[in-house]
Design a protein around this ligand. Structure first.
Ligand code: SDX
Length: 392
């Protein structure tokens, strides 16, 4: 530290703001949205209800919830020009990169800045963002598969639309299993917010310059993409698949992580805040068992995941560092059982996290947080004079 500046890499011990949205207790493994426990919300609420709670601060009445669902329906049509934007991508593009671009492109069709202190304007921006983001998120999959881009069906619910927008084809009428929709609804709830994580902090700092909501969310999508953050759910499945393909020897991978062999980490383990079980992982692990039984799927990767968890939790390296399975460890097993391709896993995380990003952006603006602009400790050259190129 020099003078008053203290460096805190990764902001491990810095608070960036006050917030009334989400409460985490890392020691006790507690997660609450606006004071309600994640266990109760996952068990009794639905995703739009929880989205409303996070963004507006209270659980909606039946009338408010119905109005919210219908007001979202008013904005579900995505401009045809957006199709030419997505057409420009190669089919090999990663869906998260396409999603970040399309989200930012939405600003072109909604250029009027949102005044977060104008309740009506903010409410409409929330509905518009929830509606359009869901559609473009599924378009990233349609693009990869070479399927025709489709539209939200206003006769269906929000989460059911996600499944239909993903898998419906002109050749047949897709009918998702209601149990799958329930499981997905619960997964979105579990991902909806998580206080000042990397992508949410990104949304807040981009928004602190008064950049628009779509631009801020687009930046959040990019931050979430990283394998140390939301991208971990894809990396977990790829790791489990590799262990399976190499004969299922989990000990070898635990050892590789302990030796930090080419900085290998067990994906889906560890957390900046939780020094105990991630309460979401506990719920998702149970849901994984239920969904696989419901779908009659017997996934060898689930057995490998459980074996890996058992070995790691008994190992001193992991215990001494409080490394437990996090939200990403089991979620991919469920997505796979639902037929969601692995490169879409982080897109699902983004769909779940969207209401949290919106809620945090709104809070940051309503609280008139100053523009984010940290300082540094300079460790470069002291003053030196310019040298002509002939003398260098
Ligand atoms: C999410 O912040 C949030 O809330 C995020 C999230 C949300 O909802 O928004 O919960 C979602 O991003 C969950 C995390 C998903 N990421 C992964 O599963 C990737 C693997 N995990 C990590 O890389 C790591 O645990 C982090 C990124 C999650 C947390 O990293 P920290 O807090 O910066 O901890 P660190 O990197 O300083 O590690 C501390 C020690 C190190 O060892 P030593 O230097 O002390 O010897 O623990 C080791 C690390 O090498 N370590 C791991 C490990 N995670 C940390 N070793 C092996 N495998 C791991 N997974």
């Amino acid at each position: 530290a020099s003078g008053a500046i203290t460096i805190d890499p990764g902001y491990k011990n810095s608070g960036s703001c006050t917030s009334e949205i989400t409460f985490l207790d890392g020691e006790e493994g507690i997660l609450r949205y606006r004071g309600y426990s994640i266990e109760e919300l996952a068990d009794k609420a639905d995703f739009l209800e929880v989205s409303y709670l996070l963004i507006f601060g209270e659980l909606p009445t039946a009338t408010q919830l119905e109005k919210f669902e219908n007001d979202i329906r008013k904005h579900t049509l995505v401009s045809e020009e957006m199709k030419s934007i997505i057409d420009g991508f190669p089919r090999t593009a990663h869906p998260m990169g396409v999603l970040a671009s399309l989200t930012s492109a939405l600003t072109a069709f909604n250029p009027k800045p949102v005044n977060p202190n104008n309740e009506k304007e903010m409410y409409e921006a929330v509905c518009k963002t929830m509606a359009k983001f869901l559609v473009i998120a599924t378009w990233t999959y349609r693009k990869k598969m070479g399927y025709p881009l489709n539209h939200y069906d206003n006769s269906k619910g929000y989460v059911e639309n996600f499944m239909s927008l993903m898998f419906e084809l002109p050749t047949g009428s897709y009918k998702p299993d209601p149990k799958v929709i329930d499981a997905l609804d619960k997964l979105f709830i579990l991902h909806a917010d998580h206080e000042q994580n990397c992508s949410t902090s990104t949304v807040r700092i981009v928004g602190s310059s008064h950049a628009g909501l779509f631009a801020s969310i687009s930046a959040g999508v990019s931050a979430l993409w990283g394998p140390l953050h939301g991208g971990a759910n894809q990396a977990v499945l790829e790791m489990l698949q590799e262990i399976h393909d190499n004969g299922g020897d989990v000990d070898k991978y635990v050892l590789k992580a302990k030796d930090k062999e080419d900085s290998f980490r067990l994906m889906g383990f560890g957390h900046r805040v939780y020094k105990n079980f991630d309460p979401r992982a506990t719920i998702i692990k149970k849901a994984a068992d239920d969904v696989l039984v419901t779908l009659g799927v017997d996934d060898p990767l689930l057995e490998i995941a459980k074996k890996l968890e058992k070995v790691a939790l008994e190992d001193d390296y992991f215990k001494s560092r409080n490394l437990y399975p996090n939200v990403d460890f089991y979620s991919g097993i469920i997505y796979r059982a639902m037929g969601i391709p692995v490169e879409m896993f982080t897109v699902l995380f983004a769909v779940g996290r969207l209401p949290g990003w919106i809620a945090q952006w709104k809070e940051m603006r309503v609280n008139k947080e100053p523009i984010g602009r940290p300082r540094q400790v300079y460790t470069g050259y002291t003053l030196r004079s310019f040298k002509e190129v002939k003398d260098r």
